[in-house]
Design a protein around this ligand. Structure first.
Ligand code: PLP
Length: 399
């Protein structure tokens, strides 16, 4: 009996909470949309025809299973056994498409004809525009006016894929303003539109739904690790955390294996005390962000503070509610890496293994030397994305 209670304790409960975090703090106008999703999402996901279509697309379109690669030279350097889960080899170059494929199928099952999304750096916008092209659904992506200027290649990708990119011109003209505009759009088009959120954030049921779609990562890790080592569980699972979706997917099937250490790595930016950071658990406090109670970076009087990281995907002032609970309950270990440490780790992986990682993933790589993992232990690190998109940044470090 006790083990059943424990099993459930890191997953969402039927009221939408992980411990004291989660819930659905939404304007009344959004209630019908979120409620429709909440009432239907589990039934849709568990439907065999959904499962088949989802897994067929993951195999044939995304390219799953992604390899679990034993990084020999990296292992030698850190004197332990390091396996890389290669989400960088997914179609579009990162894990985000696991979620957008799941959500577009969900939208179709709910009879929706249009998709709305918001994007910061444009990566979630591209993953969303990709699946909208695939399924021939109309796609509107809100993006801050400033971000549109900063992220021209991703804007071009979204447009080429057929999406309409609408600038958010209010406030700081960045991600949070794009989120507000996307919410407003959804409120105004409740019947035929589905809102695709890009991480394990937002009101219940989004964090749980997105975690389920990303959980394929840890499902594959268990089987692949068993094939490599004869054991399904490693000693450590490491992933970077922006909102937390690649980490949530990497942790999902290990949550109840308490001997597996779950290590989440946040972006420290220029340093924890520099005032330019995105290390949410180190600097934040509980509060409500984007529809859920979680941990977020805020001022004394509760205003959300502007995050900073060299990597666009980690530049977020909060974390998903499940991660807030993993942190508060002690189940997860939360570390951070600075911009410089991440860039250094990216070059190290590139030179040792011939793999250029995304800047986001490089934050996870940066803590390898701090784990204290021994020669007999096994470390699985999720490489969330490839580094092509970050070459502009990396080039500044090449002389
Ligand atoms: C978006 C992104 C992230 C951060 O998002 P999570 O939801 O925390 O996974 C990490 N890595 C890459 C490559 C990304 O594109």
């Amino acid at each position: 009996m006790e083990s059943i209670a424990e099993k459930k304790s890191y997953q969402v409960n039927d009221r939408g909470y992980y411990g004291t975090f989660g819930g659905a703090f939404i304007p009344e106008m959004l209630y019908p949309n979120v409620e429709e999703l909440r009432e239907n999402y589990l039934q849709v996901i568990n439907d065999p025809s959904f499962q088949k279509e989802y897994s067929d697309l993951l195999r044939d379109y995304v390219g799953r299973p992604t390899p679990l690669y034993r990084a020999n030279r990296l292992s030698e350097k850190y004197k332990t056994n390091i396996f890389l889960k290669r989400e960088d080899l997914c179609h579009t170059g990162a894990h985000k498409v696991n979620n957008t494929i799941g959500q577009i199928l969900m939208a179709q099952r709910l009879g929706k004809k249009r998709i709305v999304a918001e994007t910061g750096a444009g990566q979630h916008g591209v993953a969303t525009a990709t699946v909208c092209a695939l399924m021939n659904l109309e796609c509107t992506v809100y993006m801050g006016e400033i971000d549109i200027e900063r992220q021209a290649p991703n804007v071009a990708r979204m447009k080429m894929l057929g999406a309409e990119v609408r600038p958010a011109t209010s406030g700081s003209r960045t991600l949070k303003d794009a989120t507000n505009e996307a919410m407003r759009h959804w409120i105004n088009n409740p019947v035929d539109t589905h809102y695709i959120i890009g991480s394990v954030v937002g009101p219940h049921p989004y964090p749980d739904m997105v975690a389920r779609f990303q959980s394929v990562i840890s499902e594959e890790i268990r089987a692949q690790l068993n094939a490599h080592t004869g054991k399904q569980t490693p000693n450590y699972v490491i992933a970077c955390v922006g909102g937390g979706s690649n980490a949530a997917g990497s942790f999902y099937h290990f949550l109840d294996d308490e001997d597996v250490k779950l290590v989440a790595v946040e972006a420290a930016g220029l340093g924890l005390t520099s005032g330019h950071s995105a290390a949410t658990t180190a600097l934040g406090k509980p509060g409500v962000l984007h529809g859920s109670r979680t941990i977020l970076m805020q001022t004394e009087d509760g205003q959300v503070t502007e995050p900073f990281s060299i990597s666009a995907g980690l530049d977020y002032p909060g974390i998903g509610p499940q991660h807030a609970w993993l942190y508060a309950s002690g189940r997860g270990t939360f570390l951070s890496a600075t911009d410089d440490e991440a860039v250094q780790a990216a070059f190290e992986l590139t030179r040792l293994e011939g793999i250029i990682p995304a800047l986001e993933s490089s934050h996870a790589l940066a803590v390898l030397g701090r784990l204290g993992a021994s020669e007999n232990e096994t470390v699985v690190l999720t490489l969330s994305g490839r580094g092509d998109k970050d070459m502009g940044t990396y080039m500044k470090y090449i002389d």
